[in-house]
Design a protein around this ligand. Structure first.
Ligand code: AMP
Ligand code: ZN
Length: 501
């Protein structure tokens, strides 16, 4: 291909089948609760800077790409915040009844990995593999669903070589030294995503120590010549080398998802230069818009500061679990702030998150163990399901979605005390919480709550043990806990008896 392609960045209209498709699946996915099917998902698109209604281009399958981890170390809680937000998005897209093809890459080749592997006397695969495994273990602990396709960069080298070759053929790339660079002056839309003009781009550009003289400082490397024999490299028609970081995402995204993706996401630091460069590489060869919706999550700060090893405020999930924090509380904290707002991680915030989980658990326990009369009082939760969906439709407003959950808890607790909750309400409210859990994955395990009797018996056993040791303070505390859950106990000659209030 030669010459500048005419790129028309027009966004798909919502296909006519959208509502029909949404209707019954949406009702099914929201736990059988009918919600307004005309509500639509709005997402902030970094490309336009505004909220737009989202639907997949083909009306049925969302093609989504996520920039995955660089596996030179364990992921930190900031990285994990981004993956949690993408998980909420994933779950929400599914709830709409759309199929989802979600691809995530693993950057298993970069300067840090190479250097550390050399230091450890290992090849890069051997060095990176435990970190890749650890990453998915961390995701599992935080209930982050696994993407449908995972693409390690080193498995897609032929696709990257092909893309670099096409860029060279079309005049978008040039050799310098033994490396290949992208000529950004050939791509007039460069800077559009990050809204940077040419002058700012020059100031922002870095020249790596190992880079040769480029035509322009902001030109970026597509293919790096090895500095020495030890560095891993692959043969290509334009010389031996290894891919630059940006080319991997263009090559793998287009290979798996086609030339135009529905959604591409990552953290805000990815906007420039990574995503800007992905656009330049992809659109130069296809002449088509690379991505319809760019969705970026804001960063996590620790006690108001950027995380840094030197500041001693740098935490991996493992660090927090070693301090015995509950992974569900960590997820709760990460979910509690909408993705477009900075999240200030504090220890107090984590304790508050744990308390919120306890409130949910206490409520579900109480609802489960309450003695209820027959019938139904539907106005109790009449608004909740729709309000919850509307919150998430509104650019994934997770804070608002949680506010809906706690409003319902408050209302139901009062109603339980006034004995106006009926047998059918219990089933409906449990279904609502089941849906909350499918969507936000923050509800303490239902099994533990729903097997009420066993939990009661075990608390009573703990209390009796405390009494045996004459630890009456603990025994009284447990009695109060049981009372809070609607359970009255009575010590008799035959042992402790209990009944629901
Ligand atoms: P990396 O492994 O450095 O490529 O980063 C993986 C993901 O984490 C990317 O989507 C980054 O944008 C994101 N990320 C990096 N630092 C933070 C942070 N402090 N808060 C939130 N996300 C981050
Ligand atoms: Zn990427």
């Amino acid at each position: 291909m030669s010459g500048q392609p005419s790129i028309s960045l027009q966004y798909a209209r919502i296909p006519p089948c959208y509502h029909a498709h949404l209707d019954d699946t949406y009702i099914r996915r929201s736990g059988g609760i009918a919600v307004n099917p005309t509500e639509m998902l709005k997402l902030t698109n970094t490309l336009t800077g505004s909220q737009e209604v989202f639907a997949p281009l083909d009306g049925s399958t969302v093609r989504m790409y996520t920039c995955g981890p660089t596996v030179h170390n364990h992921a930190h809680i900031g990285n994990l915040r981004t993956y949690v937000f993408e998980d909420i998005l994933r779950r929400h897209l599914h709830s709409k009844g759309w199929a989802l093809k979600h691809v995530m890459n693993i950057t298993d080749i970069d300067d840090k990995i190479i250097n550390r592997a050399i230091e450890a006397g290992q090849d890069i695969k051997t060095y990176a593999e435990p970190y890749t495994r650890a990453f998915f273990e961390d995701c599992g602990k935080l209930r982050i669903e696994r993407p449908d396709i995972i693409t390690p960069a080193t498995d897609y080298i032929p696709e990257m070589i092909d893309l670099v070759q096409r860029l060279l053929d079309a005049g978008y790339a040039y050799p310098e030294g033994d490396s290949i660079y992208y000529r950004i002056s050939r791509f007039p839309n460069y800077g559009r995503l990050s809204r940077l003009d040419r002058r700012e781009l020059k100031i922002g550009a870095r020249i790596d120590a190992d880079e040769y003289e480029k035509e322009e400082p902001s030109d970026f490397v597509l293919w790096k010549a090895p500095k020495n024999e030890k560095e891993p490299h692959w043969q290509a028609p334009f010389g031996a080398g290894r891919p630059g970081w940006h080319i991997e995402c263009s090559a793998m995204a287009m290979k798996q998802l086609g030339e135009t993706l529905d959604i591409h996401c990552g953290g805000v630091d990815n906007i420039f230069p990574h995503h800007e460069n992905e656009i330049a590489q992809s659109e130069a060869v296809t002449g088509k818009p690379f991505v319809r919706f760019w969705v970026h999550g804001e960063h996590l700060l620790v006690e108001g500061e950027k995380m840094a090893k030197s500041k001693g405020n740098f935490y991996t999930l493992r660090d927090l679990l070693e301090r015995e924090y509950d992974p569900l509380a960590i997820r709760y904290l990460l979910v509690s702030v909408p993705y477009r707002k900075q999240l200030n991680f504090t220890w107090d915030g984590l304790v508050a998150a744990q308390r919120s989980l306890e409130r949910i658990k206490e409520f579900l326990f109480r609802l489960n163990t309450a003695r209820l009369g027959p019938g139904s009082n539907p106005q109790l939760d009449a608004e909740a399901a729709a309000a919850f969906e509307n919150a998430l439709d509104d650019d994934l407003n997770t804070a608002q979605a949680l506010a809906v959950v706690f409003d319902l808890i408050r209302k139901c607790n009062t109603a339980l005390s006034d004995a106006v909750v009926k047998e059918d309400d219990r089933k409906r409210i449990f279904r609502f919480f089941q849906n909350v859990d499918e969507r936000l994955a923050i509800v303490p395990p239902m099994e533990a709550i729903v097997q009420g009797d066993e939990q009661i018996e075990s608390l009573i056993a703990n209390r009796n043990e405390a009494r045996r040791k004459r630890d009456f303070a603990s025994a009284d505390l447990i009695r109060q806990q049981l009372l809070d859950r609607g359970v009255v106990i009575e010590d008799t000659r035959e042992g402790t008896k209990w009944r629901r209030k």
